[in-house]
Design a protein. Structure first.
Length: 288
């Protein structure tokens, strides 16, 4: 009788608090597997140890490997607990998650703890990494500019633009996308980025560089850039006059580079108009 009661209590604990009872399926990289299959040592969930390092393939579209991170992991893997998390690979031994761990294991000449999930791709690499430490601009640019990526030519244009004009990554992305909503960020990260008008971006880039020659801060600020684009639509505006006035008087009107776009625009207009004859002055009235 006592044994029967103990069994009943155990079943109640499972039904109330155990995730095994509450969740029948487990999702891995978008695929649902019945939990019962994960409780035996089947191919779906089996963790194994691979000693043949030559099998591993590193995706060229993954973000660059940072040697400093590899060196840090080498120290951690030398500790008593060793590798705590398995590396995720696909059926072709392409590393989906954990490329730094693989490199560290290679350096130490020890087996790599792995879990194989078939069908996983570079898209899963991006998804998994962005839920962890996050990708930055250069990570996305490196990945999407590889020839294996469907839209790589657009990202090659971004690389060349950055090399030619040395502007901030945010301003460059904004000028090339022509997107004032999110400065092209969403499309850039998703791999669907398109250069709207390269000639226009290059023209503006050359102006920004001229301004940068006498004020290194202003061209790196999107709010200034937006105001600078707006001021070009004002009546009687002359780019030659604008650049000349900015070179002479930007220190007078842009002592602090904060403020919103409209405040930046007003500063630009005042700087442009300083000491000009009334006939050459501009007003905040956009041409139709």
């Amino acid at each position: 009788m006592k044994k029967k009661n103990n069994n009943l209590k155990a079943r109640r604990r499972l039904s109330i608090g155990s995730p095994t009872k509450r969740f029948k399926n487990v999702t891995m990289l978008g695929t649902q597997f019945p939990r019962v299959n994960l409780q035996d040592e089947g191919e779906v969930s089996k963790i194994f140890y691979e000693s043949d390092h030559s099998k591993f393939k590193f995706l060229e579209a993954n973000r660059p490997i940072k040697q400093a991170h590899v060196d840090r992991l080498i120290g951690l893997l030398n500790e008593p607990k060793g590798q705590l998390l398995p590396v995720v690979i696909n059926e072709n031994y392409e590393v989906i998650e954990g490329q730094h761990r693989v490199k560290a294991c290679m350096a130490l000449k020890i087996p790599v703890m792995c879990i194989k999930i078939e069908g996983s791709t570079i898209e899963d690499v991006i998804s998994m990494n962005t839920t962890q430490s996050g990708w930055n601009f250069n990570d996305y640019l490196h990945s999407h500019s590889q020839k294996s990526r469907p839209n790589y030519l657009e990202y090659r244009k971004v690389i060349k633009f950055l090399e030619d004009y040395k502007l901030s990554t945010t301003v460059s992305r904004w000028l090339l996308s022509g997107n004032n909503h999110d400065l092209g960020k969403k499309d850039f990260e998703e791999g669907t980025f398109k250069v709207k008008n390269l000639t226009y971006a290059e023209t503006q880039g050359s102006y920004f560089n001229k301004i940068k020659a006498f004020n290194t801060d202003l061209p790196g600020k999107v709010k200034f850039g937006t105001a600078f684009i707006k001021v070009q639509g004002l009546q009687k505006f002359s780019m030659a006059t604008c650049l000349k006035q900015l070179e002479k008087y930007c220190g007078k009107y842009f002592k602090q580079t904060g403020g919103n776009t409209e405040e930046m625009l007003e500063c630009l207009i005042r700087c442009y108009n300083f000491n000009l004859s009334p006939a050459k002055k501009i007003t905040n009235k956009v041409l139709n």
